[in-house]
Ligand binder design. Structure first.
Ligand code: CA
Ligand code: CA
Length: 145
């Protein structure tokens, strides 16, 4: 594959965006997905870099979470903001990582992201329930490159 755009069809992208909307109906947390081919730096550092470049630290409760994927490296990172780290147990993202890995092993790339987004929403709900005055603080569109 030559371009990161080719990893997902537009229908698949739409499904992921819908999963984000659905997840954010459960929680005040904000979920974003960033996809790129590969990176030269560590995947964790790159996730942090993307988190900042997307201004994801800019939520009221500091409860945004980025699902970062480097598709050619076969790596992904789930990075949650400080507000989440403060209240959740260690290994909080393990269950989300597991559901994603299950699908990726089966080469189900889109499904892995959809499942991960929905799982992240459910996990966040316990600590950051959706509230009536909720705002969509960060765009739900997939970010690329
Ligand atoms: Ca929100
Ligand atoms: Ca959002």
């Amino acid at each position: 594959m030559s371009k990161v755009e080719e990893f997902l069809t537009s229908e698949e992208e739409l499904e992921i965006v819908q999963a984000i909307r659905q997840a954010e109906r459960n929680t005040s947390g904000e979920i974003r997905v960033h996809i790129e081919k590969s990176t030269d730096i560590s995947h964790y550092d790159r996730a942090l870099e993307i988190f900042h470049s997307l201004k994801m630290f800019n939520t009221k409760q500091q409860n945004a979470v980025l699902i970062y994927l480097a598709v050619e490296d076969h790596k992904f990172v789930i990075y949650g903001d400080k507000g989440i780290d403060k209240v959740v147990p260690e290994n909080f993202w393990k269950t989300t990582k597991n559901v994603m890995q299950q699908q990726f092993k089966l080469q189900q790339f889109k499904q892995g992201i959809v499942d991960g987004v929905l799982k992240a929403g459910k996990e966040l709900k316990a600590h950051f329930p959706w509230q009536a005055n909720d705002e969509d603080e960060l765009p739900n569109e997939i970010s690329k490159g």
